[in-house]
Ligand binder design. Structure first.
Ligand code: ASP
Length: 342
């Protein structure tokens, strides 16, 4: 129908659609038909809403790159038929999936809005109802014919975040997410206030979906007292191609000779070392302190203000694209989808 807005809701699982098993008291996923019964208001929207349900439904702790590829493929197959997409997803790994999708969907010119909830939709005080309804409205929003939010975003508790800038911050509060280094894209009150200057602009090019992800990466989170054997164990992981070094503050790490020697040796074996801060706000600034200058000399790449979630998925994507190590290092320091401030 000309002029009609069509939204595809992709239900992957998560708390939003769960009910309590009366016997075990654990939360288990609902089918979409039942979930839909809790939201009759969806029928009043001025757009057509269709559904695609993952089989089986997943607690997001069971998400993996193969599911990200499945999700990207569903969006690709339906891209021409819909104006926007809403992905219902568990909150635990939502920031990883949203980050992964932001890299995999090159030339995305339509909204892909992730949402979920802290309380199941069947519960009286659920936050799922608002999150779901707001997400549909945002996915359908257009300025004349152009979508208002042509990027991967997370809609949660009256805020819209860039997907690859978020982290899950709180396991209980309705405000579960933080975007420590990038402002929100929209604020949801009586009206939805979009901050157009912060939202990515469409490029009107054809969507390209990259479906190769290389999982040969690892994260080494530093802590005072980290042992030589545990660093060694990670760096000698079979098949390892890249490691995220989660550093202190503005990208700092111990200067103990054994530690630097191990990193130097890994770098000389061609392992890409990516410096990402453990802080939820602020940026890696290699060279600001002596404790990061030594990392720079070894050839470690600084990740500016990228989140760990984004770093993991960007590395899987870049390695999956088959770029040389030198190109990967260069692209790690380039903002591809607004994931970092260079
Ligand atoms: N464990 C759930 C999940 O991530 C939590 C949630 O949805 O909030 O699937």
């Amino acid at each position: 129908m000309i002029g009609q807005t069509n939204i595809l809701v992709i239900y992957t699982g998560g708390t939003i659609g769960m009910v309590q098993d009366p016997k075990t008291l654990s939360l288990q996923p609902l089918t979409f038909d039942i979930l839909y019964k809790y939201l009759p208001v969806l029928e009043n929207f001025n757009c057509r809403i269709d559904f695609y349900t993952f089989e089986p439904l997943l607690d997001s702790s069971n998400m993996s790159p193969s599911f990200w590829i499945h999700l990207a493929s569903v969006i690709e197959e339906n891209y021409e038929d819909y104006d926007g997409f809403v992905v219902l997803h568990g909150t635990d790994t939502m920031a990883y999936t949203a980050s992964a999708l932001s890299f995999m969907l090159e030339n995305l010119n339509k909204p892909v809005i992730f949402t979920g909830s802290q309380l199941p939709i069947g519960m009286v005080r659920t936050d799922g109802r608002e999150n779901f309804i707001n997400s549909i409205e945002i996915a359908a929003a257009k300025d004349v014919d152009t979508p208002v939010v042509p990027e991967v975003a997370i809609c949660f508790e009256n805020k819209l975040y860039r997907g690859n800038r978020t982290s899950k911050l709180n396991a209980e509060n309705f405000g579960a997410f933080i975007s420590g280094n990038y402002p929100i894209l929209a604020e949801i009150g009586v009206h939805i206030k979009y901050y157009d200057n912060l939202i990515l602009k469409p490029n009107f090019k054809k969507l390209r979906v990259l479906k190769e992800l290389d999982e040969n990466i690892a994260i080494l989170k530093l802590f005072p007292g980290i042992s030589q054997s545990s660093v060694d164990a990670i760096l000698t992981t079979r098949g390892l191609k890249a490691m995220i070094l989660e550093t202190f503050g503005s990208g700092n790490a111990p200067t103990a000779p054994w530690f630097l020697e191990q990193l130097k040796e890994a770098n000389s074996r061609g392992i890409i070392l990516f410096n990402v801060t453990q802080c939820k706000g602020g940026s890696v600034d290699m060279g600001r302190y002596e404790t990061s200058a030594s990392l720079s000399k070894i050839g470690i790449v600084g990740g500016y203000d990228i989140t760990t979630e984004s770093a993991v998925t960007k590395l899987m994507y870049l390695l999956g694209c088959g770029f040389s190590a030198e190109s990967v290092k260069q692209l790690l320091q380039t903002s591809l989808r607004g994931e970092m401030t260079v």
